[in-house]
Design a protein around this ligand. Structure first.
Ligand SMILES: Nc1ncnc2c1ncn2[C@@H]1O[C@H](COP(=O)(O)OP(=O)(O)O)[C@@H](O)[C@H]1O
Ligand SMILES: [Mg+2]
Length: 239
């Protein structure tokens, strides 16, 4: 059993997030401190409205905390300007959402290589990597299909590959199985667990479903913007 985190990849020090709209304030994250290690697969578990998406947005640098600080690979992200943040997101962070967010008129392969194009890395070596990843998730013969020609589970696998194509150190997944049936959910979870183990990719997955913690290293339970408790699992059951 891991007793401590060897290499902190994400570190949050007493972060809070207050939303303000039309003169009304709402504190979505009250005070959260958390350290996540390289290669760890962490499930963020909490009811709807508990603050999971807000926390993922903060870790993904899509939004900034109202107080406290976030370090990614030792860098205080509040010190970075917009272009440095975009670079950090493109190079180090992959995002997966409940809705797959694939571009409907592009093929699976074209969707997957979009981040390569954005990052100016669409060279033959990386294109081969994209194809290999699609093959590894069982979509080798479906690379030319459009999203509408794929099942929900297949679309989510395309979205996961798209998130991995720049070899990020962090994958943030927000209710990634929310639109999938239970059998397909287990397959997608297994894929995430395999990715974290084989590529040493840190995965932070938000879910409201306690059954989905089974393959992770640790679950962090959040309630009303606070960490309620944590559970660490000695080893992954069935990767
Ligand atoms: N942009 C926003 N403006 C105001 N309140 C928000 C905003 N986004 C989220 N909230 C509120 O913050 C709380 C946490 O939301 P969220 O992080 O989406 O929770 P979860 O993902 O766990 O369902 C909820 O009460 C939600 O209504
Ligand atoms: Mg949410």
């Amino acid at each position: 059993m891991k007793s401590e985190i060897k290499t902190p990849l994400i570190r949050a020090d007493r972060i809070s997030k207050v939303y303000r709209s039309k003169g009304i304030e709402y504190t979505a994250i009250k005070s959260i401190s958390l350290i996540i290690g390289r290669g760890e697969f962490v499930t963020l578990l909490g009811a709807s409205g508990s603050g999971k998406t807000t926390l993922l947005d903060l870790f993904g640098t899509l939004d900034s905390p109202t107080s406290g600080r976030i370090l990614i690979e030792g860098t205080d992200v509040s010190a970075l300007n917009d272009s440095q943040l975009s670079k950090l997101r493109n190079e180090k962070i992959g995002f997966v959402f409940q809705s797959y967010n694939l571009v409907p008129y592009l093929s699976a392969l074209e969707n997957v290589i979009l981040p390569l194009i954005v990052g100016n890395r669409n060279d033959p070596k990386n294109l081969d990597f994209a194809k290999r990843l699609l093959g590894e998730v069982g979509l080798g013969d479906k690379m030319q299909k459009k999203p509408t020609e794929l099942s929900g589970g297949e679309q989510q696998r395309v979205a996961i590959v798209r998130a991995l194509v720049n070899r990020p150190s962090i994958l943030l997944a927000d209710e990634p199985t929310g639109n999938l049936d239970s059998k397909t959910s287990v397959e997608v979870l297994g894929l995430l667990a395999r990715i974290s183990k084989e590529n040493n990719t840190t995965i932070l997955m938000a879910t409201h479903d306690p059954d989905l913690t089974a393959l992770s290293d640790r679950s962090v339970h959040i309630k009303d913007g606070l960490i309620e408790r944590e559970a660490r699992y000695a080893k992954r059951n069935k990767v």
